[in-house]
Ligand binder design. Sequence first.
Ligand SMILES: [Zn+2]
Length: 211
Amino acid sequence: MTAITHHLPDALLDAYVTGNLPHAFAVVVAAHLSLCDACRARSEAAEMIGGALLDRIAPAAMRAGAQDRLLAALDRAPPPSVPIAASGIFPAPVMQALGGRPPGWRMLGGGIRQHILSADSEGSLRLLYIPPGRAVPEHSHGGLELTLVLQGSFSDSAGRFGPGDVETAHDDIDHQPVAGPEGPCICLAATDAPLRFRAMIPRLLQPLFRI
Ligand SMILES: [Zn+2]
């Protein structure tokens, strides 16, 4: 893999470490961390600072019977799920979101394919497959879009993004990512609001795409 040049912003990393990111964004952050030594070191440092703050809080006395109740609750807890390993270009957090199966691509037209991993009121998470040289329809965002490249590359007004690079696009940025010529670009994208496509036909089809 070529060197990663686009990393996670501090605010996203802090929100991830403190458990304050919606699921879709947390998966993209976890996937980047699994590929990027630099951001993993930053997240471990942030966790240590958080742990040191917790250590300074005076412990509260446990109520009578608390330990028994805790042990009983642990007995009732479901067994931890078996971790799913990385496979091919898909890091472990992506394979986890895929349920261990390869993506089932849906055609979006123009050779672009998509696999929706999750979609709820907080955001959606999907895999996108863009043929070499092909542009994703121009769109702006109602919120935040976080995109991690898994294979190939794309370029837009913010630069070139290769494997492991992550792009953070905020509100009101119109951008048109174009896949690099070296091969299909496969990326993982989290959005916290429906994308607003500019062209008429994509807008009409948007409810079908659920993006
Ligand atoms: Zn990084």
